[in-house]
Design a protein around this ligand. Structure first.
Ligand code: FAD
Length: 490
């Protein structure tokens, strides 16, 4: 059973409503919260940290974000008179405990659409319903509910452009709802202490360079800054990693600190009042469309989380190369744009989209390492790690996804660096040992004459690695590997 949309009206009693927060850590534009408030009954806001369930665990970097986001949510709730009840353990057991303690007869939540979470929630809703507890689920995280944007034959789209067209044609802007001023919650409910969950790293604390201000206020501030400074230059600027022309909303959106509709409506309004051109807004909304597309695909094809969307890629002979994988993870491949990206990721918990594409291509094509290795590393190190977006994008780069880049299109990491980091600002920031290498050789330092390297204070192999592969040879190796992929129907 899926947790369906609301059909029932509130039972005529004073039993509290449990508001189960998951990845909707905000008070405005929150359909589950609106529903709880409209019941007129006391509300019990709870967050359950369920590490042991079958639902995929969050990576270390995203736990860092979650820690701060929960703190911000708890403070926002306290301002309105309600605590955030924290419980750790099996979600069903903890919910049942809270139901018994409070006498609640209704649980409201914003739905999660990943396969594991969906299964868990459906079973839970079914069991509770049998016992007379009403479970109501809403879409508070995506522009459209997965399963509702279908092609003329009633099937899910596999190609992005028609999906986006249908998404924009079939959805209407919702009315945005402000955060409530006051939330009435029963007194005396026990809560665990967030600090005891130790979600952030301590020894060692590798998060000191992490960027962003988790929480709803941080999300709104990031979006406002983007509307003021980034959106007007989005079409061109979004591909230049040294510029701040993208919104940096990905982790905020992943944790539901801002609703995607609020972002779309805000961007459209900027075009409407003429502060930015409609083209910039369309491009930006299309990127949000990729987020929905990823979630809708995973919902329709749950096996994508583990396996290639295109099954014929199951025969691709990936290499086992622990040394190459380590060099990639630690930003020591000898290709400056790749190393810059991997170091930005490690240091800040985020990486620019263009560079994500370059480093991903390098792993799956130059090193011929399985995309799942890269997906797992990103899952652990990105603060915005999101199962659907991560899997979809890795498969897009690897060529095995829906509407993917053709496998034979292999990024050249040197020319990509020259094109998108022409002045070398990005590489010099993240690979400071190459600071003094002139632009002409910066993206391929091994091609620089000895005297140039000497003058830049660089000895390859000592201060910065030689390239771990020869790109031209690696490209041919990848194309050879592709020939072994069985064609569908052959
Ligand atoms: P903006 O350019 O400002 O875009 C606005 C929003 O649109 C983003 O916040 C994001 O929610 C969404 N978006 C933009 N591009 C994409 C895209 N290609 N796919 C899906 N949604 C998109 N994004 C994640 O949120 N989580 C991931 O785990 C993730 N893994 C990725 C792995 C690879 C290999 C690649 C190539 C991309 C991945 N992305 C992922 C997509 C994209 O890189 C980030 O969403 C983007 O860089 C976030 O920066 P931003 O918020 O400034 O983006």
């Amino acid at each position: 059973m899926e947790i369906g949309p609301v059909t029932t009206s509130a039972p005529p009693n004073d039993a509290p409503v449990i508001l189960w927060f998951r990845r909707d850590l905000r008070l405005s534009d929150n359909p589950a919260l609106s529903r709880a408030m409209s019941s007129g009954r006391p509300v019990v806001p709870v967050y359950i940290h369920d590490e042991g369930s079958q639902v995929r665990r969050s990576g270390a970097a995203s736990l860092w974000w979650l820690d701060r986001s929960l703190r911000a949510l708890a403070a926002d709730l306290t301002d309105r008179g309600a605590p955030l009840i924290l419980r750790r353990g099996n979600a069903e057991a903890k919910l049942r405990g809270l139901i018994a303690e409070t006498g609640a007869t209704t649980v409201v939540m914003n739905r999660l659409f990943e396969p594991d979470a969906r299964e868990r929630d459906a079973a839970l809703a079914h069991d509770l319903k049998v016992e007379g507890i009403d479970c109501q689920g809403f879409n508070g995280t995506l522009l459209a509910t997965p399963g509702t944007v279908l092609n003329g034959s009633g099937r899910p789209y596999r190609v992005f452009t028609p999906f986006l067209k249908a998404l924009l044609a079939t959805t209407t802007e919702p009315t945005l709802s402000p955060a409530p001023n006051r939330i009435v919650c029963p007194q005396g409910l026990a809560s665990e202490r967030l600090a005891d969950w130790v979600l952030s790293p301590t020894q060692p604390d590798w998060s000191t360079g992490f960027e962003g201000v988790p929480g709803e206020a941080g999300a709104v501030a990031a979006f406002t800054a983007f509307l003021d400074e980034g959106l007007a230059d989005y079409c061109d600027g979004r591909d230049i990693p040294a510029r701040s022309a993208t919104s940096r909303l990905s982790a905020h959106l992943h944790f539901g600190e801002i609703s995607p509709w609020r972002v779309v409506i805000g961007a459209r309004r900027a075009a409407h009042v003429g502060t930015v051109s409609a083209d910039e807004v369309s491009k930006f909304v299309a990127e949000l469309g990729w987020r929905d597309f990823s979630a809708h695909l995973l919902h329709a094809f749950p096996y994508m989380a583990e396996r290639a969307f295109r099954p014929e890629f199951g025969t691709l002979p990936w290499r086992s190369d622990p040394g190459g994988l380590k060099a990639w993870q630690t930003g020591q491949t000898g290709f400056p744009i790749v190393d810059a990206g991997m170091r930005q990721l490690w240091t800040t918990g985020w990486m620019h989209n263009r560079v994500r594409m370059i480093v991903a291509s390098f792993l799956v094509k130059d090193l011929l390492i399985d995309w799942r290795e890269g997906e797992a590393w990103f899952r652990d190190t990105l603060v915005d790690a999101d199962l659907a977006s991560n899997v979809q994008n890795w498969q897009w780069v690897a060529g095995c996804g829906a509407d993917a880049a053709p496998y034979f299109r292999i990024f050249n990491p040197v020319t990509q660096g020259q094109k998108f980091d022409a002045d070398g600002r990005y590489v010099r920031r993240w690979v400071p040992e190459l600071q003094a290498v002139p632009d002409r050789w910066l993206q391929a330092p091994w091609t620089a004459p000895d005297e140039v390297l000497l003058q830049a204070g660089i000895e390859l192999g000592r201060d910065y690695p030689f390239p771990v592969v020869d790109h031209a040879a690696a490209r041919l190796r990848a194309l050879d590997a592709l020939k072994t992929v069985s064609r569908p129907g052959s």
